[in-house]
Write a protein of this length. Structure first.
Length: 254
């Protein structure tokens, strides 16, 4: 199957790099499309009518980034539609961080119009803890928690025209109500996983009213991200910060 992974304002997108590599290992065609880069503006440059933003420290000052500062333009939406029509994915997997949950209500109608036959899945921090937002917006399913096995099981069920609604880790809507299946048990042997996907053949990025193909670190270099490649040596987070979802992931599996 052809699987397109999408993300917003996330230059590392470690989760979908790992999932794309895993699905490629299982002989599926994969591609990653990043919508907008994670650029910064100093707080003094931000218009006073902006009501929400993503604040971050770049080492020497407090800056802001995100869709209210660098919104997706009409031209970029058109580029997205053209890409979806041309690539024609069987499955579209969308991930995003919780600060960008609201984007799903804008992007799902655009995606469905451009690629009406695609099965749409959401996963990551935002969808895991708030699956209903994504399902009500029009997604077919949400993967909660660790995603490799649920995604592979879902793809195989769709390929064989089998019932996928009994797969662990999935949420979906049935008779108007959100159904949350039990979580898929955590993978104990991480050595069975391939390294995250890093090359120039499986990536595209929409930014500055154009689409570029290849590794975004070369196409859109920003700060440290254009000189480093991040990999995961383990799973989970030892922290339990009140402002972050990382520790809450661990709590789900207790």
């Amino acid at each position: 199957m052809k699987i397109l992974f999408m993300t917003f304002y996330d230059p590392c997108h470690l989760g979908i790099r790992q999932l794309a590599s895993f699905m490629k290992l299982h002989n599926h065609v994969v591609h990653i499309l990043q919508i907008k880069n994670f650029k910064y503006k100093e707080l003094s440059e931000i218009p006073t009518d902006v009501t929400s933003c993503y604040l971050t420290s770049n080492g020497y000052s407090l800056s802001s980034a995100g869709d209210t500062i660098f919104p997706v333009s009409d031209i970029e939406n058109k580029l997205l539609c053209d890409f979806l029509s041309d690539w024609d994915p069987d499955i579209i997997g969308i991930t995003n961080r919780s600060p960008f949950n609201h984007l799903i209500e804008k992007c799902i109608p655009i995606i469905k119009a451009a690629s009406p036959s695609s099965f749409i899945i959401n996963g990551g921090f935002g969808p895991t803890f708030n699956p209903e937002i994504f399902l009500r917006a029009g997604s077919d399913a949400v993967i909660r928690g660790e995603g490799e096995k649920p995604l592979l099981n879902l793809v195989e069920a769709l390929m064989q025209n089998k019932n996928w609604k009994n797969i662990d880790g999935l949420s979906y809507i049935e008779n108007g109500k959100v159904k949350n299946n039990p979580l898929e048990p955590l993978m104990n042997d991480l050595d069975q996983l391939p390294f995250s996907l890093y090359d120039s053949n499986h990536f595209s990025c929409i930014e500055d009213n154009e689409i570029r193909h290849g590794d975004m670190r070369k196409e859109f270099p920003i700060s440290v991200f254009n000189s480093s490649y991040v990999i995961l040596g383990g799973r989970g987070c030892i922290g339990h910060c009140s402002y972050c979802s990382g520790g809450n992931f661990r709590d789900m599996y207790k």
